[in-house]
Design a protein around this ligand. Structure first.
Ligand SMILES: *Cc1c(COP(=O)(O)O)cnc(C)c1O
Length: 742
């Protein structure tokens, strides 16, 4: 039913040992030698016709998507006697699934983007850091709230991760060195090993390499090693600044070492912006010779900035203050050279606080394209950075549909002839609109949905069992009131309307909004006699006290809500939110809730994951939802939609509009419950589900997003790739809209 097997895949099925490939950096598994050579050839070609993508975090856990593992599990390789193949295959099937190099939406977007680049065969290499202790592991205690512990993981045991080898020094890892400073501000070298993670496409005939820099090795200064253990370590402003500098300063050494020739660099958020300082230094050295540091005039520096701008594509991801790096001069002076400081002084002085450098300002200044991540976010960004208004455009985010569509939904989509080819071309989902009245289509969707809801309730059952056991063994009280009730009460019924909410816990996302007035909420549930399950999950940054208080608040209302509704409403908190839990949640719930204060959610992506499974959203009209809502055809909106002014950006509790937006939610909730429970209105609920597939699947995927980004790159691509991209891009034009937000 789908496209015939790719040629490479057929050859691999004939001879699976073709999955082993090598070059001077090591031996890799999952693609043929031809593919490895071809991709590496493109990335190192003198033409420079490729992209380097920089991100502080990349989320791509293998338990939600791993085409190599899927391939191994669906074919029989009993007969093969090659020990190298068997070792690799065993590692891919049994090895650890987690690569905890992400904290939330930004990292998962990076991973999803790279997967789509691999699917579309776009020559891209990514660079990020590797964190030996990941982000953090979340334990939650009913009384104490969130407790963070180190994420322990083993890169070497993780399939698809390879420590690159030094060809000139057999048996030793490849290393790069960057100039740094020790605690006495003396020059020193920070050394990193290079790990390669391969993002391989489903036909196993293309991949995107991610180079992950591991600075935590014996030859690096202890201070550097400390700082790089955890993603977004914020022990001090200095450690934050150091992480940023390590990322930015490593880009050119990595490219030089591996021979990557990309003409353009895409910055996923401004974290890696210091790369432009190095590019400018290279430019000036070329122009003025070795003594460029002393010989450059300010005009030379401005000229270098203009030249380097042509190489940078920049995506800004948030209007929230915490998302933008500002560092005091003293901190930057400790970790950067005098010439870098001079450039920063010229280009990056913060307007409000001239004793700080503003890295977002620098990123805004030095690029040839600035992208915001939704239409509304474009208007917001233009308001926040009026001096750059003209160049700010929008490419609305997406998610990797092959990662986020559940197995049960994928099997259902496969059974629909109108959706033939959906894996390659998600625009075919628009045909769902012609199936709106097709009873067997609607029934099939409901059946797949129920499977996913059962999976979710089963997952929660098991979590409760684990929590009860660990309560007896440790001092941690299960973070769920219903967990300790009797057997019947602690089980969730998959037929009960189930609302999901999961994301980072951060003040502006207002996780506790709908519990603002428990009495009103309980009244709605009780007076209609409509049971509801609320399933929440998410981590708060360990230093974010407001975020942690939100988690505690969710735990604190559980019992009250249960009692006031006579057990009709159950509020569950799932611990340890990650990609796997996200996938179970977005496909298993009946509606996906998002409650950010408008307009602080630049895009949001978890709602798109729900939409791709046909799950309606209930959300304030913020971020992507302003585009995905389609006048109510795909879900529900609530909350204030006032004009965007500088006041809109306030994040203090009293500016977060709890009362108004909660009241608005309580107004729409009864109607939502009616749509789900009232047989006469059930059709309206399913209409919204079908409309999500028809209206939102073609748009909110990273294939379409990649197709739009490629227009901002300066790539020359083969004709058939261009045709494929044109079809994807035709589905939408993020930048078309200009009136929003006013
Ligand atoms: C998708 C995802 C996010 C992003 O969620 P938002 O609603 O966009 O904030 C965060 N964490 C995980 C694990 C995800 O899968």
């Amino acid at each position: 039913m789908n496209k015939p097997l790719a040629k490479d895949l057929m050859k691999i099925i004939e001879d699976p040992c073709r999955m082993i490939a090598g070059n001077r950096w090591g031996t890799f598994f999952g693609v043929s030698q031809e593919t490895l050579d071809q991709v590496w050839g493109q990335l190192t070609s003198p033409s420079g016709n490729s992209i380097v993508y920089i991100s502080m975090e990349i989320g791509c856990d293998r338990d939600v998507y791993d085409p190599v593992k899927d391939f191994l599990q669906t074919h029989d390789f009993q007969e093969i006697s090659d020990p190298v193949f068997n070792d690799f295959a065993a590692k891919f099937i049994n090895g650890p699934e987690k690569i905890p190099n992400y904290s939330g939406g930004l990292g998962i977007l990076a991973g999803d983007t790279l997967k789509s680049f691999a699917d579309l065969k776009i020559p891209v290499a990514a660079i990020s850091l590797l964190y030996r202790k990941g982000y953090f592991s979340q334990l939650v205690d009913q009384n104490l709230g969130q407790i963070s512990t180190a994420d322990q993981w083993q890169p070497a045991a993780t399939p698809s991760l390879y420590l690159l080898q030094d060809p000139d020094n057999p048996g030793s890892p490849l290393e790069i060195e960057i100039l740094f400073y020790d605690q006495h501000e003396r020059e020193t070298l920070a050394t990193a090993q290079l790990w390669l993670k391969m993002e391989i496409n489903k036909d196993l005939d293309f991949f995107v390499p991610e180079i992950l820099l591991d600075f935590c090795i014996p030859s690096s200064p202890e201070s550097i090693c400390q700082v790089c253990q955890r993603l977004y370590d914020s022990a001090s402003e200095e450690s934050k600044a150091t992480q940023r500098r390590l990322l930015g300063a490593s880009v050119r050494p990595v490219m030089n070492k591996l021979g990557l020739t990309a003409r353009s660099i895409h910055l996923n958020e401004q974290h890696g912006i210091t790369v432009v300082l190095h590019l400018m230094a290279e430019y000036l050295e070329n122009k003025l010779g070795q003594d460029y540091r002393t010989n450059s005039s300010d005009d030379d520096i401005l000229e270098a900035a203009r030249a380097v701008s042509q190489q940078i594509v920049y995506t800004i991801h948030t209007p929230v203050k915490a998302g933008h790096d500002r560092f005091e001069h003293g901190i930057v002076a400790k970790i950067g050279g005098a010439f870098c400081l001079r450039i920063l002084h010229l280009l990056a002085l913060d307007q409000d606080d001239r004793s700080s450098y503003n890295f977002t300002k620098l990123a805004m200044l030095i690029n040839r394209a600035t992208n915001s991540v939704s239409r509304l976010h474009k208007e917001v960004t233009r308001k926040q950075f009026p001096e750059f208004q003209k160049k700010i455009t929008a490419v609305t985010n997406g998610v990797h549909h092959l990662t986020w569509i559940s197995e049960a939904r994928a099997a259902f989509y496969d059974s629909i002839s109108e959706f033939t080819g959906w894996r390659e071309n998600p625009t075919v989902f628009s045909r769902a609109l012609d199936l709106q009245d097709n009873e067997s289509f609607r029934k099939g969707l409901e059946e797949a949905w129920l499977k996913d809801t059962r999976r979710l309730t089963g997952f929660i059952d098991e979590m409760f069992i684990d929590h009860r056991i660990s309560r007896d063994e440790t001092w941690i009280d299960p973070p769920n009131y219903i967990c300790l009730l009797d057997d019947k009460e602690c089980r969730l019924d998959p037929k009960v309307f189930t609302i999901g909410f999961a994301r980072r816990f951060s003040a502006y996302k207002r996780a506790d909004l709908i519990f603002d007035n428990i009495n009103i909420l309980a009244d709605i549930v009780v007076s209609n006699n409509h049971p509801v399950n609320f399933i929440f999950a998410g981590k708060a940054h360990p230093k974010d006290e407001m975020g942690k208080a939100l988690i505690k608040r969710i735990l604190d209302v559980q019992e009250d809500l249960y009692r006031k509704t006579d057990g009709l409403a159950k509020l569950v908190f799932i611990t340890g939110y990650d990609m796997k839990i996200a996938k179970i949640l977005v496909s298993g719930v009946h509606a996906w809730l998002n409650t950010p204060k408008r307009p602080l959610e630049a895009s949001g992506t978890s709602g798109m994951k729900a939409a791709l499974n046909g799950v309606p959203n209930i959300s304030t009209l913020d971020g992507w939802w302003a585009e995905g809502y389609h006048e109510g055809k795909t879900g529900w909106k609530f909350g204030l939609e006032s004009q965007i002014t500088s006041e809109s950006f306030g994040e203090a509790k009293e500016q977060l509009l709890y009362e108004q937006d909660a009241a608005s939610f309580y107004q729409v909730l009864p109607d939502i419950l009616q749509c789900f429970y009232n047989p006469a209105r059930r059709g309206e609920f399913m209409d919204r589900a079908v409309n999500n597939i028809g209206l939102n699947c073609p748009i909110f995927n990273t294939h379409r997003m990649a197709a739009e980004y490629i227009k901002r790159y300066d790539l020359e691509l083969p004709e058939d790739t261009e045709e494929e991209l044109a079809i994807l891009a035709e589905a939408y034009e993020s930048d078309a809209f200009t009136g929003g937000g006013e």
